[in-house]
Design a protein around this ligand. Structure first.
Ligand code: SF4
Length: 694
């Protein structure tokens, strides 16, 4: 007798929210998901979970899901439901027409960090082999692209150096520009456990995040820097370490280029990098900075964890390199308990980058100009790949406004809500002749779409996600796709409609192709994942069961590279009109723009985004707790309720961005990271004033 609510069968799969990549048993009754049970053998979570992975799956069967393809001639027309066949035929013929009329490079694609590795691989393959150009980009453009640039330059590969287990061997932890309690909760629990055991904590963040406030974990140091001054603070930490002779000479001589180190050491030793010299700029008390530097250099195993508070700046890539410099100077690379660890936001942002979603890189981070790499793909795919990088997302939009870019295939991304300068994104999309959006819901970008292809959830497909520790986890299909097809099948049929001879019958075959073409994935197969549960890349002949810790004997690039990290102030300045600095973050129960979590029971924990403001700034403006306030910047304005708090310092305000009405990207600037175009979401000069509400 089956009782109501009792599961009949289950499969182990992977959470589709953050980059921790927790494993769950999806317990099913027929085609209905009864509950998600944290999986005790999951190597990333060991039986733990947070409220998102555990409870926020109701969106998968939400009534807002679109289940049939739709077409319209003009975006002002109503949608018309069509068959899948008609949709594929229409998209293929429109894309080919556009290319015939405007040239091969007039179309492109965007992959999704929400989708599986296999799906991402297929989208970039469609663009490169089917569209015949390299105009493919990913949402990592707006989050961790500086990680890719910075870690590649210094260490030789675009990934975190450690596994999560490593934190159990750490003695001193720097958390910079991240709020793990809300953003990466299961990793945060492991970190807190280590801190309760006595490891020391240094938090570098404009805001007093939970780790600073927790009565059970006393942050040894909180350096409350002004938003936008990461480079100055991290370089100053190195200044103290070098000028006080606390660097690890043995490690540097053995593992890095000594001449480059000396050049860098002379640079960071300059008086303008001293804690005293940067105090006025950063707002960080010099003594606290000096003590933090000494602690990190002498306190034992030192590990650095960082998030979007590092990358989403005009100097995001520079900060990543400054962090890498600091780790190398103190010898904190290549063993348990140390390392440089980007806390990835989305479930598969690591994987989408690994799979070749950037316009300049083929799978495995190999540049498109590399003849040997292109040759592998040319032969296998029977094409001649272009050797010039394609367009990044912002460049595609610029080209659209200029009239040279006319069509785009967007899988699982809402660029109108997620990308900076909403007006410019809208103008770019409006200028295109064929915008194809593939998603679960009619998102904001779909307002500008001519074709909508229904997407599938992680519960409806097989595949893999790669988490922040490079762990490749299996995603297992537990129910049939409500729309009839998994996303990889849709991309494949679209490719076939465009004349490509693709015949994958299961995602495992796509992973086999990845293994065949990508040295760091050479040993990965579904059979191995079945046997081991999960593996961390590189996984190949040298490391058949994967690589928990990287750069043990030598860096991926050979010698570690020290890079001069000159602080350059952002062009976003405060002044009489906009005297406050706005920065942004997340809350535990919600996820990004809330497209999924707002369609689940998790809404009960978070009703609205609020503007955190210090009592001093609130009083100056006559604002009381809970009042509606207008936040205006040089780009636009929005309205939120105020929350008066000492979590932010005077001069700094903060909000989450989980509700579309918050419109955070309407007020953020269009400044971007100099190396990668990652938007500077974390620094916006604003004014705050009383308001009657939206
Ligand atoms: Fe999912 Fe991240 Fe929560 Fe784990 S910590 S359950 S991966 S959202």
């Amino acid at each position: 007798v089956i009782q109501i609510g009792q599961p009949e069968h289950s499969k182990v799969t992977t959470c589709a929210y953050c980059g921790v990549g927790c494993s769950f048993k999806a317990e099913m009754r027929g085609e209905e998901l009864v509950r998600m049970v944290p999986y005790k053998d999951g190597k990333a979570n060991r039986g733990h979970s947070c409220v998102k992975g555990r409870f926020a799956y109701g969106y998968s069967t939400h009534k807002d899901r679109i289940l049939n393809p739709m077409i319209r001639e003009k975006v002002s027309d109503p949608w018309r439901e069509v068959t899948w066949e008609e949709a594929y035929k229409h998209v293929a013929s429109e894309f080919r027409r556009i290319q015939y009329q405007y040239g091969r490079n007039s179309i492109g694609g965007i992959t999704s960090s929400r989708c599986t590795n296999e799906e991402t691989y297929l989208v970039q393959k469609l663009v490169r082999a089917g569209f015949g150009n390299n105009n493919v980009d990913t949402c990592a453009r707006v989050c961790h692209s500086p990680t890719g640039y910075g870690l590649n330059k210094t260490f030789g590969t675009s990934a975190g150096t450690q596994d999560f287990d490593s934190v159990e061997h750490t003695d001193v932890v720097i958390v910079i520009g991240a709020n793990p309690t809300d953003g990466h909760p299961v990793f945060a629990s492991r970190l807190k456990k280590r801190l309760r055991q006595g490891a020391k904590l240094i938090v570098i963040d404009p805001r007093r995040i939970d780790l600073v406030r927790s009565p059970h974990i006393k942050a040894a140091h909180h350096l409350p820097l002004r938003p936008g001054t990461n480079v100055a603070v991290v370089t100053s930490l190195s200044h103290v370490i070098v000028t006080e002779g606390l660097f690890n000479e043995k490690f540097i001589r053995e593992r890095c280029d000594w001449d480059e180190f000396q050049d860098w050491a002379a640079f960071v030793s300059m008086p303008e990098h001293s804690p005293e010299a940067i105090e006025q700029l950063t707002g960080v008390p010099p003594q606290a900075l000096r003590e933090a530097a000494r602690l990190f250099a002498t306190g034992g195993n030192g590990a650095i964890y960082y998030g979007l508070g590092v990358t989403e700046h005009s100097q995001g890539s520079t900060t990543v390199m400054a962090i890498a410099n600091l780790a190398m100077a103190t010898g904190n690379i290549g063993r348990k308990g140390v390392g440089v660890n980007p806390l990835r936001g989305q479930n598969n942002v690591q994987g989408s980058c690994d799979m070749g979603s950037f316009p300049h890189e083929l799978p495995g981070y190999r540049h498109v100009s590399d003849d040997t790499t292109r040759d592998i793909f040319d032969k296998l795919w029977g094409v001649k790949l272009q050797n010039e990088p394609g367009l990044r997302i912002p460049n595609m939009l610029d080209a659209a406004v200029d009239g040279t870019f006319k069509g785009i295939y967007i899988q699982g991304e809402d660029i109108l809500q997620s990308d900076p300068d909403t007006k410019h994104v809208a103008a770019g999309l409006a200028a295109m002749e064929c915008v194809v959006v593939q998603d679960l819901f009619l998102n904001e970008t779909a307002n500008y779409a001519h074709v909508f292809l229904p997407g599938s959830t992680f519960l409806e497909k097989d595949g893999t996600f790669t988490n922040a520790e490079r762990r490749i986890n299996r995603v297992r299909k537990v129910m049939s796709p409500l729309n009839g097809y998994a996303d990889w099948e849709v991309t494949q049929t679209l490719a076939q409609a465009m004349g490509l001879n693709w015949n994958y019958t299961h995602p495992s075959q796509i992973m086999d192709e990845v293994a065949l073409t990508t040295p760091s994935f050479a040993g990965v197969s579904y059979d191995l994942l079945e046997k081991e549960g999960s593996v961390q890349w590189p996984c190949n002949e040298k490391a058949p069961l994967g690589t928990p810790i990287m750069h043990i004997d030598s860096f991926a690039r050979g010698k570690g590279k020290f890079v001069r990290t000159e602080y350059v102030a952002t062009d976003e300045r405060t002044g009489p009109r906009f005297p406050l600095l706005l920065t942004t973050g997340r809350i535990l129960s919600q996820y990004n723009v809330g497209a999924q979590t707002r369609r689940t029971d998790n809404v009960m924990w978070h009703e609205e985004d609020r503007l955190e403001i210090h009592a001093h700034d609130a009083e100056l403006r006559g604002i009381r707790d809970g009042d509606w306030v207008k936040i205006s910047s040089r780009s636009g304005e929005t309205t939120l309720r105020a929350l008066i708090t000492d979590r932010v310092s005077p001069g700094v305000v903060y909000t989450t961005f989980h509700h579309p009405t918050t419109q955070a990207n309407v007020i953020t600037t269009d400044f971007t990271d100099w190396a990668t175009n990652c938007p500077e979401y974390k620094v916006t000069a604003v004014q705050v004033g009383a308001s009657n509400g939206p």
